[in-house]
Ligand binder design. Structure first.
Ligand SMILES: O=C(O)c1ccc[n+]([C@@H]2O[C@H](COP(=O)([O-])O)[C@@H](O)[C@H]2O)c1
Ligand SMILES: Cc1cc2nc[nH]c2cc1C
Length: 351
């Protein structure tokens, strides 16, 4: 059986009994009912994912998927393409923002080359190269359907390997100069809103490049005619290699009942594809932050996800996910470590 089919077969709904038990336990703890807000919602969701109301997180991992984009030749980014391999090496030597925030969260990082245009060598780099960057979506499809499937399968393979090594909380991350362009194109396939509301300044482009970016996306949609009912086709036509791998990572995590914290705009484009392939995987997603990219909030709402953090960030790499790890872990500690009214001899609510 193909890896993708195997993953899809493994995705089941949340466990309602464990969620009920978690709710009961939270209501027995020394606090007014519901007073820890989203922390309590998280604890209940995690119980449903793990089929266990009091589980502990032991091994947090950020998976950074890297890929390049042929559409950069349209002038859509503020930075040159060589930044992608340069940043991969920066991740591997520990100097990028994600390294700092992952260390801060006590998480490890796995960096995967799914499609950088350049050859990158490092002993710690996971090489799953499907293609040396996508083709220019303003002129034709990003990749073939077969390549799109391979990206998704690369994501499944990597996340399953990490789960086998002990990972019990996954965060998505990415690096790819130009990747806000395919992310906006994917969003445009699924949103009725005008393109101007779905396209932002990415790495910080000015008005001239923003116009080139809008034109490139318009052309990409006209030429490729992506069909929203065919998410793998959408990925192949207007997507990205790392975006497909993120989708695979999410499907793979859901199939093993491991929660996956979604980072920013590009990660959420991957999540959108995953959620269209198998809607049940949305239950396994935790939205970390809302990016400054104007389309990000729209994307999250399309999946009914609410971000926890509003920090005006727009870096990607998994930085928002790493920050949110702290909150996810806090939720598991609340339910495990707080005293109950009975334990602490605290009087209950007046009936
Ligand atoms: O995650 C986000 O919300 C986000 C928003 C804007 C930019 N980025 C990062 O910036 C790069 C893409 O920006 P651009 O302008 O080259 O399309 C890519 O490496 C992303 O990781 C990330
Ligand atoms: C330096 C740099 C770091 C990044 N990290 C994610 N996207 C990025 C884009 C640039 C330009």
């Amino acid at each position: 059986m193909k890896l993708i089919e195997k993953a899809l077969k493994g995705i089941d709904g949340l466990d309602k009994d464990s969620m009920e038990r978690a709710k009961k336990r939270l209501d027995s703890l020394t606090k007014p009912k519901g007073s820890l807000g989203v922390l309590e919602e998280l604890a209940v969701k995690l119980a449903g994912i793990k089929k266990e109301s009091m589980h502990e997180i032991k091994d947090k991992v950020i998976i950074v998927m890297a890929g390049d984009h042929g559409v950069v030749e349209e002038g859509v980014s503020a930075y040159p393409q060589e930044v992608t391999p340069q940043m991969i090496l920066n991740f591997l030597s520990g100097g990028a923002a994600i390294n700092v925030l992952a260390r801060h969260a006590g998480a490890r990082i796995v960096c995967v080359d799914v499609g950088s245009a350049a050859d990158v060598y490092h002993e710690s780099l996971v090489s799953k190269k499907v293609k040396r960057g996508t083709d220019n979506i303003a002129r034709g499809p990003a990749m073939s359907r077969e390549e799109a499937v391979r990206c998704i399968e690369a994501g499944i393979e990597v996340v399953w390997q990490e789960i086998d090594r002990g990972a019990d909380l996954i965060g998505t991350g990415e690096m790819g100069i130009g990747n806000t362009t395919p992310s906006s194109a994917i969003l445009a396939v699924y949103s009725e809103r005008p393109l101007e509301e779905l396209v932002g300044r990415g790495t910080g482009i000015g008005d001239d490049r923003l116009n080139l970016k809008l034109r490139a996306i318009k052309r990409a949609l006209e030429i490729n005619q992506p069909d929203p009912r065919d998410p793998v086709g959408v990925l192949a036509k207007v997507g990205g290699l790392e975006i497909g791998a993120i989708a695979g990572c999410i499907l793979g995590a859901a199939s093993r009942r491991v929660p996956v914290v979604i980072d920013g705009f590009i990660s959420t484009a991957g999540a959108l594809i995953a959620g269209r392939i198998e809607p049940r995987c949305i239950d396994y997603m935790i939205a970390s932050h809302v990016s400054q990219e104007p389309g990000h909030g729209i994307m999250l709402r399309l999946m009914g996800l609410e971000p926890m953090i509003h920090m005006k960030m727009r870096l990607g790499e998994g930085t928002g996910a790493a920050l949110a790890f702290n909150m996810v872990e806090a939720a598991t500690k609340i339910i495990r470590e707080m005293a109950t009214f009975d334990d602490a001899g605290v009087s209950r609510e007046i009936k």
